[in-house]
Design a protein around this ligand. Structure first.
Ligand SMILES: [Fe+2]
Length: 288
C-alpha cells in the first residue's frame, strides 16, 4: 500500500496496489507526452500557416505592383506617382503609430489607388493643358472604376474602399460621395495627403513640378479643411524633422528632368493651366 505520494495525489486511492499506481503513473506520463507532441504539432501547423499567409501576402503585393505598372503605361507622365505616394502614406501611417495591418493596407491601396484611370482615354490622361468640363467629369470616375474592379476581391485590407475614397476631402468637398471627417477611413485620409504632396512635388501633364515646399505649404493651409489635422502634422514632421525624401528611380528622375520648364521642354507647358493649388481644372488641391 502506498500512502500520500504527492505526485500521485490526484489518483491516489487507498484500495490501489503499488503496481496499479505505477501503471496509472505510466499512463499519465504517456498522456502528457501525447499532449506535448500535439502542442508541438499545433505550433508547427501554425508556423506553416503563417508562412503560407506571408507568401500569399507577398504574391498579392507583387500582383498589385504589376497592376500599378499597367496604369503607368497608360499614364506615362506620372511614372512612379503611385509608388511614391504609397511610400509616403506608409511612412505617415508609421509616424502615427498605426497597426502593422493598417500600414500594410495603406501601402497596398496606395500602390494602385489610380488604377481606375486605366479605362480613361489616353488623350484625356495625357492632355498637357486645361481640361474641359466633360474631360474632368471623365477623370473623376476613376475612384469608382477602381473600386468596381476590386470590390469582389477579398483583400485582408480595405483596399477597394480606400481606392474609392481617395479624392474625398475632410470638409465634404471631395468626390465621388462628398464624405466628410471620419466618414472617410483614416487610411484614406492618410493616402489623400500623401497623394497630393507627391502630385504637387512631381511633374504632372497639367502642371510642372511645384516642389516639396509648395506642397507642404498647401497641406498646411488646408489642415483641418481638406485634410485631416493629425495626418498633416505627421506628414510635416516627416519632411521637416525626420528627413523623409521621395525616392525617384533613375528613369523617373530623367523623365522629370526632361520635362521641367527651362530644360528645353517649355513647349509642353505653353498651354498649361495656371499653376496653383486652387485651379479649377485640377481640383481644389491641385491634383486629379
Ligand atoms: Fe486619383
Amino acid at each position: 500500500m502506498v500512502k500520500s505520494l504527492p505526485i500521485l495525489g490526484c489518483i491516489e486511492d487507498e484500495g490501489k496496489t503499488k503496481d496499479q499506481l505505477m501503471n496509472e503513473l505510466a499512463r499519465l506520463r504517456q498522456r502528457i507526452a501525447e499532449l506535448e507532441a500535439s502542442e508541438t504539432e499545433r505550433k508547427r501547423a501554425e508556423e506553416e500557416l503563417q508562412h503560407t499567409l506571408e507568401s500569399l501576402r507577398r504574391a498579392m503585393g507583387a500582383a498589385i505592383q504589376a497592376m500599378a505598372l499597367t496604369v503607368e503605361t497608360r499614364d506615362p507622365y506620372t511614372p512612379g506617382h503611385q509608388r511614391r505616394a504609397a511610400n509616403l502614406a506608409r511612412a505617415i501611417g508609421k509616424e502615427m503609430s498605426l497597426s502593422k495591418e493598417q500600414i500594410e493596407g495603406i501601402h497596398m491601396a496606395g500602390a494602385i489607388h489610380d488604377i481606375g484611370k486605366i479605362l480613361l482615354p489616353g488623350e484625356v490622361l495625357n492632355k498637357p493643358g486645361r481640361l474641359t468640363e466633360m474631360e474632368m467629369s471623365l477623370i473623376k470616375t476613376h475612384p469608382q472604376v477602381g473600386y468596381e474592379m476590386f470590390k469582389t476581391i477579398e483583400f485582408p485590407w480595405p483596399v477597394p474602399q480606400i481606392m474609392l475614397q481617395h479624392h474625398e476631402r475632410v470638409d465634404g468637398s471631395g468626390y465621388p460621395s462628398g464624405l466628410s471627417g471620419e466618414e472617410i477611413l483614416l487610411e484614406t485620409r492618410i493616402l489623400a495627403v500623401a497623394d497630393v504632396v507627391e502630385a504637387m512635388s512631381s511633374h504632372r501633364p497639367y502642371q510642372p513640378a511645384l516642389g516639396i515646399d509648395k506642397a507642404l505649404e498647401a497641406i498646411s493651409r488646408n489642415r483641418g479643411v481638406l485634410y485631416d489635422r493629425n495626418v498633416v502634422d505627421a506628414c510635416l514632421r516627416l519632411f521637416t524633422e525626420k528627413g523623409f525624401k521621395f525616392g525617384y528611380r533613375d528613369e523617373e528622375s530623367k523623365f522629370t528632368k526632361e520635362r521641367v520648364p527651362g530644360s528645353g521642354s517649355q513647349a509642353l507647358f505653353k498651354s498649361l493651366a495656371p499653376v496653383s493649388d486652387t485651379s479649377e481644372t485640377m481640383g481644389v488641391d491641385g491634383q486629379l
